[in-house]
Design a protein. Structure first.
Length: 128
């Protein structure tokens, strides 16, 4: 059975802490929209700001969760992209919602992650 109710504990499992003060970590935000959220997990990037993000319905009909990472001291790398994909896969499996993506993030994924890794992508919780 698919559990469509995400909790803060579910989100907390996805976020790894920063190793030190000079390294940014994935962050969670809750946003309220005027209209109901779309039933999807959406991943995208803003290349000019060196940011990647995953948005998804959360909490209320108009509530949206966002897990995002903005790098200041170094560029987004393949490990960051891989972690974003793990987060999206986990959220999709937990909620039963499809993953959609923007063209810019698709380009980053294609240039950063080998196809074999994409095909075998599972979160750490599932591999146990």
């Amino acid at each position: 059975m698919i559990d469509k109710n995400l909790s803060f504990e579910d989100i907390e499992k996805l976020l790894t802490p920063a190793i030190n003060c000079n390294d940014e970590a994935f962050e969670f935000r809750w946003l309220k929209q005027l209209e109901p959220t779309q039933p999807r997990i959406y991943i995208d990037t803003t290349l000019q700001k060196d940011m990647i993000r995953c948005s998804f319905p959360f909490g209320t009909e108009t509530g949206r969760g966002r897990i995002w990472l903005k790098r200041v001291y170094r560029a987004i790398d393949k490990h960051d992209i891989s972690k974003l994909l793990e987060i999206a896969v986990y959220l999709s499996q937990k909620t039963g919602l499809p993953i959609k993506s923007g063209a810019a993030i698709n380009s980053m994924i294609a240039s950063s992650i080998p196809m074999e890794q994409l095909l075998n992508l599972v979160s750490e919780d599932e591999s146990n």
